[in-house]
Design a protein around this ligand. Structure first.
Ligand code: AMP
Ligand code: MG
Length: 408
């Protein structure tokens, strides 16, 4: 690349020392950033991964009526007749027509409405049917009746506002007959990828080139949140086009993530481009490894992140800092899963200074530090299922210590 091409670069801004803030200070800024939610009703088929925007109470009793839990015969429990004449057969979905009286029973299918008079069902396996009569040939200890309202009462709170809708929650809403649910509209999250060295997977690599992985990891992470990733293109390291693309993208999404170009290199233009696009920077550097040059800013209600391009940095910064904010935009108070584990080997580093997220593999409460060559080592990240946050001042943790691991 010819450096002369980049005369537009703002050297004054470039040489300015960017203020460094702690992880906690960065989290506070992000947690306090105002988020506007738009509530909309969606059908159950569109509800997965969305967050419920209001408490849901049940319009129904569940079970909806007294019903049989088995295929069998409904009869009167203290009727010890030697045989019971079958008065009718009741299928699920068809209401019974007749009342059961002593010496009689109704043949009944699982889920069918219990006939009047009956208070017990003997399952088919414990009976013998012949010539329109049923005999009980083995003891059935169960009553085999599901009572109206024994699972859910009418008016009962069933799902609280802020609940993430997954298969079980969606099933429950359907069971209650609710076709639409109020949820926060998932934010559109734009991804701009910078880097003149990048080539899309599927194309041949030229000398000095590498494949773009960040667009794909970010899109997957955004999707996993339930938000809408929008790939806005890959751009060479050049100030004016980067500024123009940021400006254009901010019209189309609520959150914009820019990968690469935030460090101190001659061709790192993103923080300057963000400012030129009218973005106010709220922090420009976090005392964390990986991901120190992370930039965060806002323009009106729009949220903009600039992330260092090293793939593990991009992944970790999204997980730790961006995901909770996106989840808040979805209406969810995301809390990472943090569990105690025993460190299997010593952790040691040469100097204190920055907080570090160390990748760990965790099995049965035992945490193994993943051999990790640095923030481009995506293969190591694939061995990891959790991160250990080592505080800034700490340089070692002995094997056998109980540590708190954050699952990813
Ligand atoms: P940067 O933050 O732009 O200085 O990039 C830091 C390192 O990450 C460099 O080695 C880049 O080649 C690499 N990198 C930047 N963007 C990507 C990307 N989208 N996919 C994979 N690697 C990247
Ligand atoms: Mg770059």
């Amino acid at each position: 690349m010819n450096p002369k091409k980049h005369k537009t670069h703002d050297e004054t801004d470039k040489n300015r020392e960017r203020p460094l803030i702690s992880i906690q200070a960065a989290e506070k800024i992000l947690n306090e950033f105002p988020c506007e939610l738009t509530i909309e009703n969606v059908t159950l088929l569109a509800a997965q991964n969305r967050i419920l925007a209001q408490d849901m109470t049940s319009p129904l009793a569940i079970p909806e009526f007294d019903k049989s839990a088995m295929d069998g015969y409904a009869y009167i429990s203290d009727d010890a007749s030697p045989a019971y004449k079958i008065i009718e057969t009741i299928a699920a979905g068809t209401p019974p027509r007749l009342k059961v009286t002593p010496g009689h029973c109704a043949k009944i299918m699982t889920g069918a409405m219990l006939p009047a008079g009956a208070d017990r069902v003997v399952k088919r396996e414990c009976t013998h049917e012949e010539n329109g009569s049923m005999k009980i040939i083995a003891e059935d200890k169960n009553r085999n009746i599901r009572q109206k309202g024994e699972d859910i009462r009418v008016g009962q709170l069933v799902l609280a506002k802020g609940t993430r809708l997954q298969a079980a929650q969606i099933a429950l809403l359907a069971q209650l007959g609710l076709a639409n649910v109020p949820t926060a509209r998932p934010p559109r999250v734009g991804i701009i990828t910078t880097g003149s060295e990048l080539v899309e997977p599927g194309n041949p690599l030229g000398p000095g080139q590498i494949y773009n992985s960040n667009t794909y990891s970010l899109a997957a992470q955004i999707n996993a949140c339930g938000a809408k990733p929008m790939t806005m293109g890959r751009i060479a390291d050049d100030l004016e086009p980067t500024t123009a693309l940021i400006t254009a993208c901010l019209c189309q999404c609520e959150v914009l993530i820019i990968s690469g170009g935030v460090s101190a290199g001659d061709f790192d233009f993103v923080p300057t481009a963000m400012k030129k696009a009218g973005v106010t920077l709220h922090f420009e550097k976090i005392a964390v490894q990986p991901g120190m040059p992370t930039v965060f800013g806002g323009k009106g209600s729009k949220i903009i992140f600039g992330l260092p391009g090293n793939p593990v940095s991009t992944f970790v910064i999204f997980e730790v800092f961006i995901k909770p904010l996106i989840m808040r935009l979805m209406g969810h108070n995301f809390q990472p899963l943090i569990m105690p584990a025993t460190l299997k080997s010593d952790y040691r580093r040469s100097q204190a200074g920055r907080s570090v997220f160390v990748p760990l593999s965790v099995q049965n409460g035992q945490a193994t530090i993943v051999a990790y060559h640095g923030s481009a080592h995506l293969h190591a990240l694939n061995q990891a299922d959790a991160l250990l946050l080592v505080p800034a001042e700490q340089i070692s943790i002995p094997a056998g210590s109980t540590v708190h691991v954050r699952f990813i």
